[in-house]
Structures are given as structure tokens and as C-alpha cells.
Design a protein around this ligand. Structure first.
Ligand code: PEP
Ligand code: MG
Length: 935
């Protein structure tokens, strides 16, 4: 936490800065980059950053303590701003106006609060009017300030989700009274009237007068920005993006520059490359005579920055070239000199940061000012393309390209796309902007909380909004796609959707949304809540009904990236697959074997379940053997299919694991059917089923406990596996079976299973007069097995960590019931992450480590892998790499993610080694020179 003697405020301006780009933790991303932009000669309005540490202080000790702590430093920094700007904070004639913005370590677009035009009051507004000779501008700025401050600091929010913003209601009323349509049609007197009505509304709702003292305004705003770190939407965003609450936000206070000074002023947002596709195309949106939030708020239709972009926009919107050029000119056409400077600046920023930048700028009376630059949020596809392009452009190395990628985002590339024919046959009801690519089909819902509720029930929904706000975050996350009637490519919906990799069509002007009646009209059709629509986020088209999807084709940059991962990854990536189809999918994604085939899934299909039930319900071992005889050929052919799909690669087959009651019929009808098959009474079956029921099945009669009480089950499975492998051998296909015993807890349990399996295999070899290489090993998923791994390794040739069960048993959280309290635990911060998704390295990880060390003590080169869900989680892959695992195994669609994580783990390890070596060297050097000095 910040202490009194620490520095809490960092000044920047006029090409100088106390901070720089490396100080993101302290100054937040925005603050660090504002400092850096000053240092590299980019025009930035002067200002200062209050550090993230102060946010933590404020949260712990409140406003008075914080003001006391940083008051003097802030005062000095304001004086420096005044000096550069030639203005005075609080002055009547020549007031210094400020903006106050948030800025955390990781960018959280739109999640926290901003106050602009701070420092205005009834006197200062006259001063500004007189100095600029632009009374309308002065009053427009003032009404915006009252509106923003009233909302952010004084809490004037809509009363319910169906209500509009209270200030917008007042604007709307006045426009009706004055019979004008656009905000810009309001006269200066109208703006004065607005300020009056705004203030009266503030007084009425909050009971407080609007503050006139600029210092009160400043402190109120700074604290409100700190408060916004803790607001609900920021909280949701942090949870979705794994951002710790302890980080806090910095606050950036800057001299105002005005994009609303007239037609020679503008404000905009731009990306140095396409954030949706990754193409190297400068793009963005702007508005003439507008301020800050207008562009992203989606209230006015923003214009394109480049001519090329404007032409494409017009085409999508069905606007003629004449109309476009007259009403929606690009910045390139409207302000060609400013555009050239902006173009040069964005190139310089991208080259400096060596990554795609998301920039904000304002043009005040023909002069360009940069307000922000940050690494732009992007889709998974753009992430891959941009990194691979930058690598080919030699701006970043291969290692950097790999480290730039967020493994989990690759998932987006693997999502289904619309089937071409189905798309051609589909009926387009509206055309919007292709704000975030992808294919989405779902039921129409209109509110974010409802999107969440519907999705929780398993429905696929499309969240349809006039425009989205940061409050809608969780609903956007739960939806398949997002459709907005208003807003451009840089609107909140578009930016957030791209960051989430979620399909989004924005600014679909032909879509009329009525929240009250819960209906949407488009293309002459009415869609009520629950009706189906489809979105093509790559073209901006909105379709009626459901459109069929297919798996995407992966090649080009994705293929190149995957090849690159193989150059670095040391740990192999296998897959968990139970069918030939899944095995093939995984193999196409680059799986280097199967780490887990769960045999139980095979028993549910068709006739098998009947034979399986016969086996379970049999009275004695003879009856069980009879039923197992029926299952043997079915199992054998299953294994043949999988071995064939995975030819030449190792395949780990696990013997039966779940408790038997999972297979028996629990309903009357099923029990009756079973009774007929087995020629016994339904009562008999019912009694047997009851006999099998357990209070705690996950800790009950399952895993190797089954195989040890009913050895004939293990015998049959071992036979099926080895016979399948030998059959393939005869056909010239190489199978590499690894037989895995589940839920081992003691050496004796393992040994008994090993004996059963090995003696069966020996029998098969003798019968066939043939043999095949194979292994027999175990899962390590019971804590006792981990602690006695040295003993177990005397029998097991390999270990595969079943971290699902190991997590369950180490935490004592039931895998099946933990959902009920895990969410609360995560919300309350009791757990930082869900341990069933991300391996708990400090707890469960200790058991893994012990088991690895002990296993290797007994069997030096024991093969080690992981097949719990964690095998596809990047941080867990890194952990397994650090322990020298041979492989991780995960579901087919996570294979590319694990491959990338595996490569990153090697590169990070190399970097850490290099850094340690360098530190040691410099330490040695220092010691030497100290010694010399002493002499
Ligand atoms: C495990 O427990 O991690 C595992 C892979 O086995 P299952 O999920 O089938 O219990
Ligand atoms: Mg298990």
C-alpha cells in the first residue's frame, strides 16, 4: 500500500514525463502510455496520473485520508498543467478545464468512469465563452459536464432497466418543445436551459446542490473513478478476465482539449489494424464537433476515418456515394491535413509498441491531440494474424509472436461457421456493421440479465439492444451473439464483443427495438422475445431463424502457428478421446496420441447397455462372464477403430471407472424391460438396483475397486484391447496400447490389477502366437497414491494424473455438487480461480510434485502425463512442463490451446533461465568490484 513518503502523482506534458511505458503496474496502462507518448514526441495534453496504489489506500481508508495523502502533490501537478496551458484552475476569466479518467494495469474498456470538462461553473462558462468567442461551445461543454458529473459522481442513473438516462429524458423533452431533432440543433439558449433543468433534477433526486467549487469537483471525480473500480460491471469484467481486485485503478487528470469547438474540431477512435480480422488496414471512426464519449456511445452515427472505410460502410448501409460524401465524409476527406498527421502518428505508435494500437484522439480547431494509445483488444483470428504478420514483417521475433498469443483465445477459431448453402438460402432481415466476426444463432432476448438467465437454463440467445452499455457485460458474455440497432465499429458493443471473441453485428439501422413490448422489427418482420435469429458477424447480416453451422477449416496462419509451436514445445500434447471420430478431430489438431480413453462411454450405445446391465445385475461370476462375452467383441471393435485412427501413436485405454449403479435402469419402465431380457421379476431387478445404490458413489465402489472385486471385468477389457491391437498388426497398422488402471490408492490394489491384466495378455499372446509392445500403468488421482507413488511405481510403468478426482479429494469438494458454492466462493474471493479448471498448484500441485519425485526415485524414466481437465489449461500446462512431464492430454478442441501453451512454457523457462544467469553474472561482477574497492 502507498505510504506517505512515496510518490503518488506523476506529471507529464510538453515532451516530458515522470513515468514511462514500463510503469503499467503503478500508473495503469493509460497513465504509462500517456507518459511514454510524451517521451516519443506525440502531442498529448499535459496532465498527471494518480497511482494505482492510491486506489488501494482509498478503498481501505476513505476520501479524507486520501486527500490528505496526495493533496499537496495534486496541487503541484495542477500548477504545472496551468503553466503549460496558460490557464488557471478555478479562474473566472481563464479557467483551466480538466478531464478525469480511469486507467487500470490491464485495459478494461468502458468499465470505469470518466468526467470531462471539469472546472466549469456559472462563472467559468462565461469566461470560456468570452475567451473562445464561442458561447454555444462553452454552454455545450457545461451541460455535458453537469450531465457526466451528475451521473458519475452524484449517482443520477436510470431508475430501472426499462428507463432512459434521466438527463437524456430532459434533452428529449426540450428537443420536443423546440421541435428539433438533433442535439446539434439546440441553440445556446436551449443549452443554458438544459443546464438549469439538469441542476434542478440533480437537486430534486439527490437533495444536493451541484458543486460549484472546482476543487470539490476534482476530488469528487477522482474518488468516483476509484469507486468505479469496485462497481458491478468492473467486477464482472475482472472475473471474466482474471484481473485481481487488488490491482486498483490509476486516475489520469489531463487538460481538456475540445472536439466540440465547431466544425474544425472532431474526436475519434482508431485501430492501427483491423481488430476483427487482423488485416493491416488503418481504420476507425470519428465525429465532427463532438466530444469524447459521443463516438463510442452510439448516440450519433459515427463517420469513418479513411475514405476506403467510408466507402465500405456506405455499401453495407445502403447509402449512395453522393449521400455518403455529402453527409458522412471520411476524416481523410473532411480534414486531409489532420488525417495525414494522424496516419503518421498511428504508424509511429504501432512501430514503437510493436503491436496493434487502439488510439483515441481529439482535433481542437485543426490541431491533433492524442488522448490514449493501448494494445488493441482483438478477436482470436486477429490475434493470430497480427502476431504472425508482425513476425513476418520482422517487427517481432518468433518467440515474441508465440508469447503474444493468449492460448485460450484460439478457441474462437475453432468455433463453427455457417454452412455456405444454408446461408445462401437464408432470409436476410437486416444489415448492420460486421463488428465482430463469427456465426451466431439464438433466441432473441432484450436485456442482459435475461440473457444470463436464459443461457443458464441452457438456451442459446442473441442479446438485442438499441445500444449496449458496460452494464450489459455479463449478458453479452452469456449470449451467442450481440445485435445492436445503433453504434459503429468502435461502439461499446463492438469493442467488448471483439475482446470476448463474440459474434456481433452493430448499428443495424433497419432494426427497430421496443424494450417495453419486447419485440424487434426488421425487414418487415416482427420477432418477439424467444424467436430465433442468426447473425453473421463477418458480413453484418442478420437472418431470420436458425442457420446451420459447420466446423471451420483451419489453415494458413493458424497452421503456420501450430507448426511454430512444435519447434519450441517440449511437452507432448495428447487428447482425451473415446471414439474414432474424436480421435481423428484431435489428430487433425495435432494431438500426439491419446492420453485417456474412457471405456465406460462405449457401453451406453444400443445393445451394449443391455449386455452391460446383464453383467451388472447377474447373480454370480458365471452370469457376469456370460454377459461379458457379449461385450467383448463390441469393445474390441471400438478399440480397433480408435487404434486405427491413432495409428503409430500411443493410446492410453483406461479400464472401467464409474460406479456400476450409473449403468442400471432407475425407472420402472427400464427395470421392467431389463426383467424381461433376463427372465426375472421386475421386483428382483428393483432390489438389485437398490443394492447397488451408494451414499457417496464418487468415493464408493468404482475405479480399480470394481476390477479387484470383479476381476472378470478387467480381464475382458484387457483382452479386448490386446486382441484389437493384434488384429490391426495383422493388417499392417501399428497400435501402441497403454492400459491404465483407475483410482489406485495402494500398491496392492495396483498389483492385483497388474497381475490380472498381464496374465490375460500373456494368455492372448499364447493363443495368437503373436505379441505386441504395450504398457501397464495407473492414474494418480487419489491423494494416497500420490503420497506412496514410490511404492506404486514398482508396479506401474506410467503415471497419468487424474486431476479432476485429485482436486475433488484434496479439496474435499464434490465434483458434482461444488457448482452450488464455487460461484459464491469466487465472487467473495475465497478462491481466486475454479480449481477444477485451473490446477491448484500450491495445494493439489504439491501432491503432483511429490508423486513425480517419488515415482522417478523408483523408476527413473517413468512416463508421466496428465489427463484431468487441467491438461488443456495453459497455466496447468506450464506447471506440468516445469515438472518435466512427458505429455498433457486434453479434449480434442483444446489440443491447439495446449500446444501453444506448451511452446510458451518452454520459451518462458528459457527466458527465466537467461534472466537468472544474467542476475548471477551481475551479482558476481558487483561482488568483485566491491572487493576491489575494499582493497
Ligand atoms: C480425473 O479424475 O482427472 C480423470 C481424468 O478421470 P475422470 O474424470 O474420468 O474421473
Ligand atoms: Mg478420475
Amino acid at each position: 500500500m502507498a505510504k506517505k513518503k512515496d510518490k503518488h502523482v506523476y506529471f507529464f506534458g510538453n515532451g516530458k514525463a515522470e513515468g514511462n511505458a514500463t510503469m503499467k503496474n503503478l500508473l495503469g496502462g493509460k497513465g504509462a502510455n500517456l507518459a511514454e507518448m510524451n517521451l516519443i514526441g506525440v502531442p498529448v495534453p499535459p496532465g498527471f496520473t494518480v497511482t494505482t496504489e492510491v486506489c488501494t489506500v482509498y478503498n481501505a481508508k476513505g476520501q479524507d485520508y486520501t486527500v490528505e495523502l496526495i493533496g499537496e502533490e495534486v496541487k503541484k501537478a495542477v500548477e504545472q498543467v496551468e503553466k503549460i496551458m496558460g490557464t488557471k484552475f478555478g479562474d473566472k476569466e481563464n479557467p483551466c478545464l480538466l478531464s478525469v479518467r480511469s486507467g487500470a494495469r490491464a485495459s478494461m474498456p468502458g468499465m470505469m468512469d470518466t468526467v470531462l470538462n471539469l472546472g466549469l461553473n456559472d462563472e467559468a462558462v462565461e469566461g470560456i465563452a468570452a475567451r473562445t468567442g464561442n458561447e454555444r461551445f462553452a454552454w455545450d461543454s457545461y451541460r455535458r459536464f453537469v450531465q457526466m458529473f451528475g451521473d458519475v459522481v452524484m449517482g443520477m442513473k436510470p431508475a430501472s432497466k426499462e428507463e432512459e438516462d434521466p438527463f437524456e429524458v430532459i434533452i428529449h423533452q426540450l428537443k420536443e418543445e423546440k421541435k428539433v431533432e438533433k442535439d446539434n440543433d439546440l441553440t445556446t439558449d436551449d443549452l443554458k436551459e438544459l443546464v438549469k433543468r439538469f441542476k434542478a433534477a440533480v437537486k430534486e433526486v439527490t437533495g444536493k446542490d451541484f458543486p460549484t467549487n472546482p476543487w470539490d469537483q476534482l476530488w469528487g471525480s477522482v474518488m468516483a473513478v476509484f469507486d468505479s473500480w469496485m462497481n458491478e460491471r468492473a467486477h464482472v469484467y475482472r472475473r471474466l478476465n482474471n484481473i485481481p481486485a487488488e490491482w486498483g485503478t490509476a486516475v489520469n487528470v489531463q487538460a481538456m482539449v475540445f472536439g466540440n469547438m465547431g466544425d474544425n474540431s472532431a474526436t475519434g477512435v482508431a485501430f492501427t489494424r483491423d481488430a476483427g480480422t487482423g488485416e493491416n488496414i488503418f481504420n476507425g471512426e470519428y465525429l465532427i464537433n463532438a466530444q469524447g464519449e459521443d463516438v463510442v456511445a452510439g448516440i450519433r452515427t459515427p463517420q469513418q476515418i479513411t475514405l476506403e472505410g467510408a466507402k465500405r460502410w456506405a455499401e453495407l448501409q445502403g447509402v449512395s456515394e453522393e449521400e455518403r460524401a455529402a453527409d458522412f465524409p471520411s476524416l481523410e476527406e473532411a480534414m486531409p491535413i489532420v488525417y495525414q498527421e494522424l496516419f503518421k502518428t498511428q504508424k509511429a505508435l504501432e512501430n514503437h509498441y510493436r503491436d496493434m494500437q487502439d488510439i483515441e484522439f481529439t482535433v481542437q480547431d485543426g490541431k491533433l491531440w492524442m488522448l490514449q494509445t493501448r494494445n488493441g483488444k482483438r478477436t482470436g483470428a486477429a490475434m493470430v494474424k497480427i502476431a504472425m504478420d508482425l513476425m513476418r514483417e520482422k517487427k517481432i521475433s518468433k518467440r515474441e509472436a508465440l508469447l503474444r498469443m493468449e492460448p485460450n483465445k484460439l478457441d474462437e477459431l475453432l468455433h463453427p461457421v455457417f454452412e455456405k448453402e444454408a446461408l445462401e438460402a437464408g432470409f436476410v432481415v437486416a444489415q448492420g456493421l460486421p463488428a465482430s466476426p463469427g456465426a451466431a444463432t439464438g433466441q432473441v432476448v432484450f436485456h442482459a440479465d435475461e440473457a444470463e438467465a436464459w443461457a443458464e437454463k441452457g438456451n442459446k440467445v442473441i442479446l438485442c439492444r438499441i445500444e449496449t452499455s458496460p452494464e450489459d457485460l455479463a449478458g453479452m458474455h452469456a449470449a451467442q451473439g450481440i445485435l445492436t440497432a445503433r453504434g459503429g465499429m468502435t461502439s461499446h458493443a463492438a469493442v467488448v464483443a471483439r475482446g470476448m471473441g463474440k459474434c456481433c453485428v452493430s448499428g443495424a439501422g433497419g432494426v427497430k427495438i421496443n424494450y417495453k413490448e419486447r419485440k424487434l422489427e426488421a425487414g418487415g418482420k416482427v420477432f418477439k422475445e424467444g424467436d430465433w435469429i442468426s447473425l453473421n458477424g463477418s458480413t453484418g447480416e442478420v437472418y431470420e431463424g436458425q442457420i446451420k453451422t459447420i466446423d471451420p477449416e483451419l489453415s494458413g496462419d493458424f497452421g503456420e502457428l501450430m507448426n511454430l509451436t512444435d519447434k519450441y514445445a517440449k511437452i507432448l500434447v495428447r487428447t482425451n478421446a473415446d471414439t474414432p471420430h474424436d480421435s481423428e478431430v484431435a489428430r487433425n489438431f495435432g494431438a500426439q496420441g491419446i492420453g485417456l480413453t474412457r471405456t465406460e462411454h462405449m457401453f451406453f450405445e444400443g445393445e451394449r447397455i443391455v449386455a452391460m446391465r446383464e453383467m451388472i445385475l447377474a447373480e454370480d461370476v458365471e452370469g457376469r462372464r456370460e454377459a461379458l462375452k457379449k461385450l467383448l467383441p463390441m469393445q474390441r471393435s471400438d478399440f480397433e477403430g480408435i487404434f486405427e485412427a491413432m495409428h503409430d501413436l500411443p493410446v492410453t485405454v483406461r479400464l472401467l471407472d464409474p460406479p456400476l449403479h450409473e449403468f442400471v435402469p432407475h425407472d420402472e419402465k427400464g427395470q421392467k424391460e431389463m426383467a424381461e431380457v433376463m427372465g426375472v421379476t421386475p421386483e428382483h431387478i428393483k432390489a438389485k438396483v437398490e443394492e447397488l445404490s451408494e451414499f457417496n458413489p464418487m468415493l464408493g465402489h468404482r475405479g480399480c475397486r470394481l476390477g479387484n472385486t470383479y476381476p472378470e471385468i478387467s480381464e475382458t477389457q484387457a483382452r479386448a484391447i490386446i486382441e484389437a491391437a493384434l488384429n490391426l498388426k495383422q493388417r499392417g497398422v501399428v497400435a501402441k496400447p497403454e492400459i491404465m488402471i483407475p483410482l489406485t490408492g495402494t500398491l496392492n490394489e495396483m498389483k492385483m490389477q497388474e497381475d490380472i491384466v498381464r496374465s490375460t495378455i500373456a494368455k492372448v499372446f499364447e493363443e495368437r502366437n503373436d505379441s505386441i509392445d504395450h504398457m501397464v500403468g495407473t492414474m494418480i488421482e487419489v491423494p494416497r497414491a500420490a503420497l506412496t507413488a514410490d511404492e506404486i511405481a514398482t508396479s506401474a510403468e506410467f503415471f497419468s494424473f487424474g486431476t479432476n478426482d485429485l482436486t475433488q479429494m484434496t479439496f474435499g469438494y464434490s465434483r458434482d455438487d461444488a457448482g452450488k458454492f464455487l460461484k459464491v466462493y469466487l465472487d467473495k474471493g475465497i478462491l481466486k480461480v475454479d480449481p477444477f479448471q485451473e490446477l491448484d498448484q500450491s495445494g493439489v500441485g504439491q501432491l503432483v510434485k511429490i508423486a513425480v519425485e517419488k515415482g522417478r526415485k523408483t523408476r527413473k524414466n517413468i512416463k508421466i502425463g496428465i489427463c484431468g481437465e487441467h491438461g488443456g489449461d495453459p497455466s496447468s500446462v506450464e506447471f506440468c512442463h516445469s515438472l518435466g512431464f512427458d505429455y498433457v492430454s486434453c479434449s480434442p478442441f483444446r489440443v491447439p490451446i495446449a500446444r501453444l501453451a506448451a511452446a510458451q512454457a518452454t520459451i518462458k523457462e528459457e527466458m527465466a533461465k537467461k534472466a537468472t544467469k544474467a542476475a548471477k553474472k551481475s551479482d558476481k561482477k558487483k561482488k568483485k568490484s566491491d572487493k576491489k574497492k575494499k582493497k
